[in-house]
Design a binder for this molecule. Structure first.
Ligand SMILES: [Zn+2]
Length: 358
């Protein structure tokens, strides 16, 4: 059984009564307990969000033509350059094409790469790793504005806005490659990077989130369809006006924390959390987080639900013009704010306890 998440009403009320500390004197805990409107640092303007979509080449697939693979290589460079301009030293790893994809690729094509940066935590929880990821590749023939320039834009804004924030946990911003050919970049990163880190005791994975398509919305009745049987959600989801958070029952603690953090960050923005699956249906394994899930790590996908809503999915018409500017920008704000809360669990918990006290 599923819930249409309405708990934000309670969370928002708690936050509103948490008090307003005088400027310059608030502690970290107090700062985080301020109402959303009073901590504007994570709010992203629609113009800025849309400008981020313009950065990526409209052709950036991992196979097919010279233009596709050149555009993908340029995309990697843009990601690296942008992170460097923010003061990071991004890491990369090769993501070799499997034979079946290599056969569809020009012979001299460069090997695609994952790109990532770690925003280190401080203190005893620095070994808790939170991975926020988005794939940078598109399918041939589609500009991939929603899929997935929107997710990449969210990571860019996390890199910019979270860089100098206090942090208990380590946050990894991971730009994956070859998602569209079968989650190859995420698989490579999970096996070659995260598994050794976990085995060495360097990190425990507290959560991994694939942000995959967060820009397409519609208020039209019937604009939303679902692979789930009717009655799974309390309210029928027939309007595509929400962001979906998809996870599994085993990792509900993480998906519920993420839900609360998202709703605290942007109380006006709805989120529908579907995390009751004991065995994940195939449709919720269609993005990079699946490579973390199958290794037993808490993981989830955030999405506008792709083909269950967006008629431009994987088509030439997945263009910037189809993106809902205001809700896309709000989704980014929501994710940046939520990541900040999740990165500071001790502070956040103290704030929630304060809010719950009579
Ligand atoms: Zn796709």
């Amino acid at each position: 059984m599923a819930r249409f998440r309405l708990r934000w009403l309670i969370v928002a009320a708690g936050v509103a009564f948490a008090g307003s500390p005088s400027p310059g004197q608030e502690t970290a805990a107090e700062r985080q307990s301020m109402p959303a409107a009073a901590r504007p640092w994570h709010h992203v303007e629609p113009e800025r969000a849309m400008a981020l979509l313009e950065l990526l080449p409209a052709q950036r697939a991992g196979y097919r033509s010279d233009e596709d693979v050149a555009g993908l290589q340029r995309t990697e460079e843009i990601v690296i350059e942008r992170l460097q301009a923010l003061g990071y030293e991004p890491q990369t790893q090769d993501v070799p094409r499997p034979q079946r994809i290599a056969m569809l690729t020009p012979e001299e094509a460069p090997t695609p790469r994952n790109v990532w940066v770690d925003l280190p935590g401080e203190g005893e929880r620095a070994g808790e790793l939170l991975v926020m990821m988005a794939h940078i590749d598109a399918v041939p023939g589609s500009p991939g504005a929603d899929d997935n320039a929107t997710g990449v834009a969210a990571l860019f804004e996390m890199a910019r806005l979270l860089k100098d924030r206090p942090r208990e946990r380590t946050v990894r911003l991971l730009f994956t490659n070859l998602e569209e050919t079968g989650l190859h970049g995420a698989r490579r990163h999970a096996t070659e990077t995260v598994t050794p880190e976990v085995d060495a005791g360097e990190f425990t994975v507290v959560g991994a989130v694939s942000i995959d398509m967060i820009g397409y919305y519609s208020d039209e009745p019937g604009s939303q369809t679902s692979p789930l049987p009717a009655g799974v959600t309390e309210q029928p989801l027939d309007r595509g006006n929400f962001l979906a958070l998809l996870g599994i029952r085993r990792h509900q603690e993480f998906t519920q924390d993420l839900t609360r953090a998202m709703l605290e960050a942007e109380p006006e923005a709805g989120v529908v959390t579907l995390d009751m699956f004991v065995v994940p249906p195939p449709d919720i394994m269609r993005s990079d987080h699946a490579e973390f899930l199958i290794r037993g790590w808490p993981a989830a996908m955030l999405t506008d639900t792709a083909n269950f809503r967006n008629p431009h999915y994987h088509k030439a018409t997945d263009t910037i013009e189809t993106i809902d500017q205001a809700r896309f920008a709000r989704a980014i704000s929501q994710l940046v704010g939520a990541t900040d809360l999740l990165a500071n669990p001790t502070t956040w918990e103290a704030q929630q306890n304060d809010a719950a006290a009579p």
